[in-house]
Design a protein around this ligand. Structure first.
Ligand code: UTP
Length: 272
């Protein structure tokens, strides 16, 4: 039902310099798999088969990662090393990949609008690959799509954060309509710690209805001078068309060194 998943992946990843100077943040590996592949696997598990990736300068290795490397295939053919490519081969078999470039980094909202040509006029998922979500049963996107089937409106994934950290996130306020589900009536990007409407923070998983594109087209630059998806979602929320979902699972902010190290340790421990 939600067939396409958009991956805004054009950001500079400045919190991870110098690693991200010539290499996309989305290609940083957690153990032996790049962040973006975790995201694609989560989308596939949720039933999405078209991966729409918004890239930028210096991001070519993302395209190469989801393509066949004939020399390598030839080199490892018939050896036990083929096992290492099993999951990647599966996503390449089951999904199609399309790409577009954001040539000016004007913010997440602008990156999503740039993806319109790949999405068209249908509801779609968004994954920010630097937020790695792990759950033993159903993936976070899969949980959100279940909810979308019932409510047919935009949905943001949220988690409770330390009240001192609210100025790093989009923060929502809303009324609980069922366990773990809120109807959003207010949201604000990176509010001041003493002015935040709650400590319910939006993380990098969204389901968006396609009217978001028209809203984004007229959304003025907000915090940090960027076009913020939070501001566009607030327009939908005014009509009661945004839900916030407290998901099941763990989320690691792999765009920060702390989150990256925690994710690496947790996934390595799981492999043992
Ligand atoms: P972030 O702010 O976390 O990513 O944006 P960043 O800008 O790459 O990282 P830092 O803060 O400099 O370390 C959230 C997501 O939105 C994408 C990023 O790639 C990331 O996945 N994004 C952000 C874009 O695609 N384009 C933009 O203009 C801004």
């Amino acid at each position: 039902m939600i067939e396409k998943c958009l991956f805004p992946a054009a950001g500079y990843g400045t919190r991870f310099l110098p690693a991200t100077k010539a290499m996309p943040k989305e290609m940083l590996p957690i153990v032996n798999k790049p962040l973006i592949q975790y995201g694609v696997e989560e989308a596939l598990e949720a039933g999405c088969t078209t991966m729409a990736i918004v890239t930028g300068r210096g991001k070519r290795s993302i395209e190469d990662h989801f393509d066949i490397s004939y020399e390598l295939e030839h080199q490892i053919q018939g050896t036990d090393k083929e096992e290492y490519l099993k999951e990647l081969r599966q996503v390449m078999r089951e999904c199609t990949f399309s790409y577009t470039r954001q040539n000016k980094m004007l913010g997440l909202g602008h990156a999503i609008l740039t993806g319109e040509s790949l999405i068209g006029n249908e509801a779609f998922a968004v994954i920010l690959a630097d937020d790695l979500c792990v759950n033993n049963n159903r993936g976070v996107l899969s949980q959100m799509i279940e909810l979308y089937k019932r409510y047919k409106c935009s949905i943001v994934a949220i988690e409770e954060v330390d009240p001192k950290e609210v100025d790093k996130y989009g923060i929502i306020a809303g009324d609980m309509i069922e366990e773990n589900v809120y109807r959003v009536n207010f949201m604000e990007e990176k509010p001041k710690v003493d002015k935040a409407p709650s400590n319910l923070a939006v993380i990098g998983r969204y389901i968006l209805t396609p009217d978001i594109f028209d809203i984004l087209r007229v959304t003025k630059p907000g915090k940090k001078g960027e076009i913020q998806i939070t501001d566009a979602l607030m327009e939908q929320a005014k009509n009661g068309r945004v839900l916030a979902y407290k998901f099941e699972g763990m989320r690691y902010d792999c765009g920060s060194i702390d989150g990256f190290v925690k994710a690496t340790n947790a996934l390595y421990a799981k492999m043992q």
